[in-house]
Design a binder for this molecule. Structure first.
Ligand code: PLP
Length: 375
């Protein structure tokens, strides 16, 4: 049983409404809710259901195992898994009606074999590497790949349901690679068409592109971080998105200490007067990085404060000055939507020189996800 002091409250209504907002932003496209990595730390199944309630018609995962978990829970919506390492259970995926994101030429052969093994055509989204140089088939091998896929399609072993790619820098509006990737995607689509492929969905846009690049919406947009209410572009105004996660923790103890008290490991914080210290039992094992020591903001007793001293594995300390909370179930709020003056995941990301994706996905397994706002 995880301790109940801390909780990541997840507002499912916010996730549902964020998807509806994104659908209005991309009115002619279907919306895929990306639920990999336990729904970006929000809880995959409730997040998936909230997304479907908001109008998403596709779900996206990194791994087949994640998509199989959706199916095991009775989630029947079209779903794509796009990282297929050696040994990935492709035949199980095909049998469960999970689409495979195929990002190497040899995976065409493997997907076809999985289709034969499962006794039904594998549903395949061919991924073109248009410039991210991560997954995806490079331009040199793309024509042979689409032709091989077309032959397997004719043999009834697979069906190319999608052609897709992924941006490198869509979160940096105006980055020159965006236009280069768009052009490369057009070229890849033309080659697929010439090979006789007629995918149901062509897709390129992630959250950033969904919000800022309407020309890239095609038939389907893939929304991850924006569905959870966090903007992929920090200073993008008026997205209409609402952060879904609030991370908070009840204070475990409070005590008065004299001036000159060294606080936490390494004494990297020292009190400059008699003061009240509050102990918050959340640490780096729970996703509060050690780099948050003496740096990250937290709301306690109605005021924003800074973590005092080193973040430990299971706890950190906050100097409350003379604002004692008297231990009456007062919460330290690490981040949330910001409505009550609490910091946001963006605030944490900026202090930690990272992105809000990392802040929310790092919340550890000891922290119960409490889902509110029934969908
Ligand atoms: C292929 C692919 N599409 C879409 C997404 C969603 O990205 P975002 O969370 O920026 O919307 C990801 C996430 O990394 C991804 O890998």
């Amino acid at each position: 049983m995880p301790p109940t002091f801390a909780e990541a409250r997840v507002d499912l209504g916010a996730i549902r409404d964020n998807i509806a907002t994104l659908q209005r932003t991309a009115p002619r496209s279907a919306v895929m809710g990306v639920v990999k990595a336990d729904g970006y730390g929000h809880g995959m199944l409730p997040a998936a259901r909230a997304m479907l309630a908001g109008g998403a018609t596709w779900l996206g995962t990194a791994f087949v195992e994640e998509a199989l978990e959706l199916r095991d829970a009775g989630v029947a919506a079209p779903a794509v898994a796009w990282i297929l390492p050696p040994g990935a259970p492709l035949a199980d995926a095909v049998a469960a009606g999970i689409d495979l994101g195929v990002s190497t030429p040899s995976l065409v052969t493997e997907a076809a074999a999985a289709g034969r093994a499962a006794g039904r055509p594998a549903r395949v989204h061919l991924k073109a590497d248009t410039g991210l140089s991560r997954g995806g088939v490079v331009a040199e091998h793309w024509p042979a790949t689409v032709e091989a896929a077309a032959r397997a399609e004719q043999a009834g072993e697979l069906r190319v349901t999608g052609v897709f790619s992924h941006f490198a820098c869509a979160d940096e509006p105006g980055h020159p690679s965006i236009a280069v990737q768009q052009e490369a995607f057009d070229t890849a689509l033309r080659a697929a068409r010439e090979a006789g492929l007629r995918p149901e969905v062509r897709h390129l846009a992630n959250s950033a592109a969904t919000l800022t690049l309407p020309d890239t919406h095609f038939d389907l947009v893939r929304a991850g971080i924006a569905a959870y209410g966090l903007s992929p572009i920090p200073d993008l105004a008026d997205t209409g998105l609402r952060p879904a996660m609030t991370l908070r923790c009840a204070i475990a103890l409070e005590k008065r200490v004299p001036p000159g008290s060294g606080v936490s490991y390494g004494h990297r914080y020292t009190t400059d007067r008699e003061t009240t210290l509050a102990l918050v039992p959340l640490g780096y094992a729970d996703g509060v990085p050690r780099a948050a020591s003496n740096a990250a903001p937290v709301l306690v007793a109605g005021k924003r404060r800074t973590i005092s001293g080193t973040v430990c594995m299971d706890q950190f300390v906050v100097d409350l000055g003379d604002d004692a909370t008297n231990g009456h179930g007062e919460y330290a709020v690490l981040f949330g939507p910001g409505d009550s003056g609490e910091p946001t995941a963006h605030d944490w990301a900026s202090v930690l020189s990272t992105i809000p994706y990392e802040v929310v996905t790092r919340v550890g397994p000891r922290v119960p996800r409490v889902h509110v706002g029934v969908c």
